[in-house]
Design a protein around this ligand. Structure first.
Ligand SMILES: [Zn+2]
Length: 99
């Protein structure tokens, strides 16, 4: 039996809620916020490290769109190639944390 429109809308809402919840959890992981950067030895490791983390929403592979320097931090802007969610992954350079 086909699901009613109301049921389908509820399922969509659930999916969005689920995605938001997963994104929030990912923000608590290393790299998820400026307060919790992933520490890398050199800037060259920023992009491969960001790319190695799968999309928190669907588990798909991500692509690095941009690699930014923001104050003492490096930020990799990544986009999931499956669900197109964009995230910012934060990094700190080991040399900078020694000061
Ligand atoms: Zn995704």
């Amino acid at each position: 039996m086909a699901r009613s429109r109301k049921e389908r809308r509820a399922a969509d809402r659930e999916a969005v809620k689920d995605a938001k919840r997963r994104l929030k959890l990912a923000d608590l992981e290393p790299g998820g916020s400026p307060e919790r950067p992933i520490v890398v030895a050199t800037p060259h490791l920023v992009e491969p490290t960001a790319k190695a983390k799968p999309c928190p929403v669907c588990g798909g592979a991500v692509r690095v769109l941009e690699h930014l320097a923001e104050g003492a931090l490096r930020v990799a802007v990544v986009r999931c190639s499956v669900c197109a969610i964009e995230r910012r992954v934060h990094f700190a350079l080991e040399s900078a944390t020694l000061n």
